[in-house]
Design a protein around this ligand. Structure first.
Ligand SMILES: [Zn+2]
Length: 223
């Protein structure tokens, strides 16, 4: 007969209701810990465990699953951001992943830009194969540091990027994978493949039709 040493339970109530004759059990608790419970007819003893050897180690972090994004996309984004950086306003570009074609797509969302923020309007997409995976905005000549405003906006499960110091030859980057307040920073080379990539000052000119400065938007609203 095979002796079952420890039985695992997600809930204490399930453990208490169980009639399984396991001398030792492990129960998960709301506090995130695992507790080992032994009992006989006389008493029940509950001990917090730091290590459960039957379980496998889980490493915290962010792990990329798709191929890296072409570095030329980032060059195009920088060219677009530099155009608006010269006007001292921010701008934004979204990167979609198409799981069917296994390719990335750059999208310039409709946006209202100003010196200190960019408001984007995400189109509802009818294609279930496409998912917005990276949202990047510029901090024009300012540092690439996530602001308190960015922290309150960046709540969805995706990668967020900032490009700053765009007036300098080497722009500054910062990327983070995030949802709610949980985040992990990523190096630009973890996301983009720069092999053979050249810098460019070209970007699709139709993108310009999707950007309005806040003063234009304000005037339009008040006509
Ligand atoms: Zn920002």
């Amino acid at each position: 007969m095979k002796i079952k040493l420890r039985t695992f339970f997600w809930k204490l109530s399930d453990y208490l209701c169980s009639h399984e004759p396991a001398p030792i059990s492990v129960v998960a608790s709301r506090d995130g810990n695992l507790y080992e419970i032994r009992e006989n007819d006389f008493m029940r003893m509950v001990v917090k465990k730091d290590e459960i050897h039957e379980l496998e180690p889980v490493q915290e972090g962010v792990f990329m699953k798709a191929p890296k994004i072409p570095g030329s996309y980032l060059s195009t984004i920088i060219a677009f951001f530099r155009y608006f950086s010269r006007k001292k306003v921010e701008a934004a570009i979204h990167i979609y992943w198409n799981r069917k074609t296994r390719a990335y797509e750059l999208v310039c969302p409709e946006q209202v830009v100003s010196i200190y923020q960019v408001q984007t309007f995400i189109e509802s997409i009818s294609n279930d194969d496409k998912e917005l995976v990276v949202a990047i905005h510029s901090h024009h000549e300012m540092a690439a540091v996530f602001s308190p405003g960015d922290d309150s906006n960046d709540r969805g499960f995706k990668v967020y990027g900032i490009i700053g110091k765009l007036h300098e030859q080497r722009a500054e980057f910062r990327f983070r994978a995030r949802y709610n307040d949980s985040e992990f920073y990523l190096a630009v080379t973890e996301l983009f493949d720069f092999e053979g990539v050249k810098t460019t000052n070209q970007f699709p000119k139709e993108w310009l039709t999707r950007v309005r400065t806040q003063t234009e938007a304000f005037e339009r609203r008040n006509i």
